[in-house]
Design a protein around this ligand. Structure first.
Ligand code: KIV
Ligand code: ZN
Length: 390
């Protein structure tokens, strides 16, 4: 079976930067855009040019700075937005305008005080206008997750005819279940004539912790672009996390989906975004969290010391983390102590290990984590016959 290339659309600098307190200056945005280019993303959503002069400038500067990824600017289905987005993108080697409108009944009624027919008309008009500036036009049906499938299919068919090259189906509120979201993508595949001429995209938010699962369900049902952010940052509970979807597709090769991401740069890119945005990565975050490759219980440590694969499904080197961590806590066993002592140059005999272990437990019950210097102190306090490095 042929492998499908999944396009990675990174929106760290647009949806990610919408997080309160995450505002970046142009210089920092360029730095992150260049890191995303190195990482191998296919599209960088650089900003929302009409939103502020600063954002306009940043989009323009990113267009000048990056070479290989397409650079995308967001707009509403509003004439001025689209014109300004086109202006901001004029230096891009591969410009893309991302325009769209809310299609759920809730958005139509409360946000627009409008009707389905009017919304459909506005969507088509926006795509046609964007198309007059650039060839690559992506349309988003905001709140598609809660949009009636039949109406969504009508909108998608109409914007496809108007020239949209990418069709974004956002689960804006993170409401869908994976099966439901996958079925929505499949429904569009099966019911929109000519859909194969465009790329269907997932854009999933994480309000119920399902953004990654929904994005994967989307690609399993025919989507060929995933919209995501580094560290999963974004509005409210965030967006689908880039590092998670990329590693899921890599670790499950039988899905036959490939990305162009250089996974060994994932950890460094995560650290860069966390640092520049001032948002700490939660320690238990999959792939890039401080504990993603840390083992603290005796049973797990014993397994990992014997063979890493017993408790790790990813080689840390594959994501740019140089080694797994054996953390010494009151739950650790003799195997972990002997292992850590050996790394410090101390080979413990069975008897010595028994002694060190008893002393270690006293210390470990007082401290959250026993550090290397604590272990060395314990070793020094006990008569070791052949302490090569003590
Ligand atoms: O979540 C969303 O619907 C969006 C669109 C603007 C693409 O971010
Ligand atoms: Zn979004």
């Amino acid at each position: 079976m042929e492998t499908t290339r999944i396009h990675i659309f990174d929106t760290t600098l647009r949806d990610g930067e919408q997080v309160p307190g995450c505002k970046l200056n142009t210089e920092q945005k360029i730095e992150i855009a260049l890191a995303l280019e190195k990482l191998g993303v296919d599209i960088i959503e650089a900003g929302f040019p009409i939103s502020s002069p600063g954002d306009f400038q940043s989009v323009e500067a990113i267009c000048k700075a990056v070479k290989s990824p397409a650079v995308c600017g967001l707009s509403r289905a509003v004439e001025k937005d689209i014109e300004v987005a086109a202006q901001a993108l004029k230096y891009a080697a591969r410009p893309r305008i991302h325009t769209g409108i809310g299609t759920s009944d809730s958005h139509i009624r409360y946000k627009f005080n409008s009707t389905r027919e009017e919304i459909l008309e506005r969507a088509v008009k926006a795509v046609k206008l964007a198309k007059s500036f650039v060839e690559d036009v992506e349309f988003y049906a905001e709140d598609a997750g809660r949009t009636d499938n039949e109406f969504l299919a009508r909108v998608i068919e109409a914007v496809l005819k108007a020239g949209a090259t990418v069709l974004n189906i956002p689960d804006t509120t993170g409401y869908c279940l994976p099966e439901e979201y996958g079925a929505k993508i499949r429904y569009l595949h099966e019911n929109v004539p000519g859909i194969h001429k465009a790329i269907l995209a997932t854009h999933c938010h994480n309000d119920l912790g399902l953004a990654t699962a929904n994005s994967i369900a989307g690609v399993q049902n025919g989507a060929r672009q995933i919209e995501c952010t580094i560290n999963g940052i974004g509005e409210r509970a965030g967006n689908c996390s880039l590092e998670e979807v990329v590693m899921i597709l890599r670790q499950h090769p039988y899905l036959n989906k490939d990305t162009g991401i250089n996974t060994q740069l994932l950890y460094a890119t995560s650290q860069l975004v966390s640092d520049r945005m001032g948002v700490v990565v939660q320690p238990n975050k999959a792939i890039v969290g401080a504990n993603a490759f840390a083992h603290s219980s005796g049973i797990h440590q014993d397994g990992v010391i014997k063979e890493r694969e017993t408790y790790e499904i990813i080689n840390p080197l594959d994501v740019g983390v140089d080694h797994s961590k054996i953390v010494l806590t009151a739950r650790s066993g003799r195997a972990a102590i002997a292992y850590r002592a050996k790394h410090l140059g101390v080979n413990l005999s069975k008897d010595e290990l028994d002694h060190v272990y008893q002393r270690f437990l006293e210390v470990a019950d007082r401290k959250k984590e026993v550090e290397d210097n604590d272990l060395l102190e314990i070793v020094e306090s006990i008569e070791i016959k052949n302490p090569s490095a003590v």
